[in-house]
Design a protein around this ligand. Structure first.
Ligand SMILES: Cc1cc2nc3c(=O)[nH]c(=O)nc-3n(C[C@H](O)[C@H](O)[C@H](O)COP(=O)(O)OP(=O)(O)OC[C@H]3O[C@@H](n4cnc5c(N)ncnc54)[C@H](O)[C@@H]3O)c2cc1C
Length: 306
């Protein structure tokens, strides 16, 4: 039989890397499988992190690199691999990737979350042609142009602030009459002269031949439909958990979040869920990192029972 790792961690975001660091330091044999090949997860697409203790301001890429370096320093192996299937064989868990199969005595699921879609006409067709889910990745393509951001959360407001630095005009389209974003972010946004907020407004359609040209908007108050000319639209309407491949293996809630509490124990013995993919109130780097540590503590307890 191939080597059986004490713990296989799926995903090298903050939760997975924290689990790896705690696991290695606890003397466990640890393997991290990461589809992008690089540690960091969602934060790699964040231009600035200001709320992770110890760093008053750090770019997401820099923080992700620090996670990677911290792991490497302790001897953590992050293997490039997209996990396709997990099969429970009792005492052992088989993890299948496109690149090969691995065996673990325990598993930590830490595949995080991905951007939710608006699900309107034109979104899929013009994805990458003016429709984007990452302002830091694609914002530079829209220098001196007019763009829209859709959403009202921290991420949407951060995106609008970021884009306002290089774009001629930024519309923030929000379906409600209040933003959910942190007060400090809202204050920064409201000071920007090239940002306009369109309240109580939804995007009904994204229009364009080969590239985004306009948005069809609907104002819920006036019940009016209007067209807004933009070169790009950045969608920041929330996240969905990356848990599709674990369906049937562990219990989930109606939105697909894995049911697990602070100990990260799932409905399945020996399988733990850490980070944004589990049921919890606050999905942030600090809570993901905390889960990484808790999941290893739980995994250690489980390994003692084998
Ligand atoms: C734009 C943006 C800005 C943010 N800003 C902040 C902030 O300022 N402060 C803050 O605290 N939080 C912020 N967050 C939230 C924070 O990034 C997340 O809470 C945190 O990254 C969750 O960590 P995680 O490890 O659970 O998941 P993720 O970061 O999502 O990492 C999951 C990893 O699993 C990998 N993976 C997925 N599927 C597979 C598979 N099948 N096989 C192998 N690997 C797989 C992914 O590639 C990814 O690397 C932000 C999020 C976004 C999107």
């Amino acid at each position: 039989m191939d080597k059986a790792y004490d713990v296989i961690i799926i995903g090298a975001g903050p939760a997975g890397m924290s689990a790896a660091v705690y696991g290695i330091r606890a003397g466990l044999s640890v393997l991290v499988l990461e589809k992008s090949g690089m540690a960091g997860g969602q934060i790699l697409n964040t231009y600035e992190v200001e709320n992770y203790l110890g760093f008053s301001s750090i770019s997401g890429l820099e923080l992700g690199t620090k996670f990677q370096e911290h792991g490497e320093h302790l001897g953590v192996t992050v293997k490039s691999g997209t996990v396709k299937k997990v099969i429970d064989q009792g005492k052992f868990k088989l993890v299948e990737t496109e690149e090969g199969n691995y065996i673990g005595k325990s598993l930590i699921l830490a595949t995080g979350a991905s951007h939710a879609k608006l699900m309107v006409k034109g979104e899929e067709e013009l994805s990458g042609m003016g429709v984007s889910y990452c302002a830091t990745c694609d914002g530079a393509f829209f220098r001196n142009r007019t763009v829209a951001v859709v959403g009202g959360s921290d991420v949407a407001v951060e995106d609008a602030i970021f884009l306002a630095r290089g774009c001629e005009k930024v519309y923030l389209i929000h379906r409600r009459d209040k933003l959910r974003a942190a007060k400090r972010l809202q204050e920064t946004l409201l000071k920007l002269s090239n940002v306009e907020i369109l309240w109580n407004t939804t995007v009904e359609q994204i229009q364009g031949e080969d590239m985004v040209e306009a948005l069809e908007l609907y104002n819920k108050e006036t019940k009016e439909k209007t067209a807004l000319k933009v070169s790009g639209v950045f969608i920041a309407v929330g996240m969905n958990p990356n848990t599709e491949l674990f369906k049937g293996l562990v219990d989930m809630d109606e939105k697909g979040y894995i049911k697990a509490g602070e100990t990260c124990e799932t409905s399945h013995p020996g399988i733990f869920a850490a980070g944004d993919l589990r049921t919890k109130e606050l999905r942030q780097i600090v809570t993901a990192v905390a889960d990484g540590a808790s999941s290893i503590a739980s995994s250690e307890k489980y390994l003692m029972t084998l």
